[in-house]
Write a protein that binds this ligand. Structure first.
Ligand code: DC
Length: 218
């Protein structure tokens, strides 16, 4: 592929964004940037350092000393691979909380824009099409029913050995959707020029092919 392309995939948690984005990136031979993992990384560091979210000074200092990068699909926080540490229910909640903070968003959005300028990428998150990569060549807004998203998340957590109740996962998703889409800064929202993709009842292959078809024909 000659020209640089940026593909933005936004949507609520559990819609299948990261699984699909990873596949699309692999098929096209370009990088995948999981922006949710970046908010999780900050959440993880805040818990580890026991920083109070209202303590602006400590938060700002911590952010100034934070380095986040992706190398070969791994997320690296200050030199440490943290893939396995950021997928817990506790970090999900903390990531949602920190993602509402302006200082955190400013820092992460800068890094994300730099990544999107340097190379072709598939980037997934909540505000990629509306804010981070407004000029992305392709934008998708991926959704699925709350029940299906809860089932997927529950399966993911169970496979990792985390024992959680499905009803609790569903309640958490509803609460997080609400927080993510009603927060003041860069809320979860479909970009006007994004293509809607409801993945309820669809297989990973079907959704991936749907996106690849759009990219091939547009
Ligand atoms: O996609 P995820 O569940 O890993 O995202 C974790 C949290 O980060 C989620 O609550 C929303 C937030 N987020 C965000 O505000 N903006 C993004 N671009 C990506 C994620």
């Amino acid at each position: 592929m000659g020209n640089k392309i940026r593909i933005a995939i936004d949507g609520p948690s559990g819609a299948g964004k990261s699984t699909i984005a990873k596949r699309v990136a692999k098929q096209l031979g370009i990088d995948y940037i999981d922006t949710g993992a970046m908010y999780r990384a900050v959440g993880y560091k805040i818990i580890k350092k026991q920083i109070d979210l209202n303590d602006t000074k400590s938060l700002t200092e911590m952010l100034a000393e934070t380095e986040i990068d992706f190398v070969n699909g791994d997320i690296i926080l200050d030199g440490e691979i943290i893939n396995d540490k950021i997928r817990t229910n506790e970090i999900s909640k903390m990531a949602s909380d920190v993602s509402a903070l302006q200082a955190v968003r400013d820092k992460l959005i800068d890094i994300q824009r730099e990544m999107g300028q340097a190379k072709s990428v598939v980037m997934d998150g909540r505000d990629i099409g509306t804010n981070v990569l407004k000029e992305a060549e392709y934008k998708f807004f991926m959704t699925a029913s709350v029940q299906e998203r809860a089932r997927r998340r529950w399966l993911e957590l169970s496979e990792k050995g985390e024992k959680v109740d499905l009803a609790k996962v569903e309640a958490d998703i509803i609460q997080r959707d609400h927080k993510d889409s009603t927060r003041k800064i860069n809320p979860l929202k479909k970009a006007e020029d994004a293509i809607d993709l409801d993945t309820t009842g669809m297989s990973i292959d079907e959704v991936t092919n749907n996106i690849l078809e759009v990219i091939k024909w547009q």
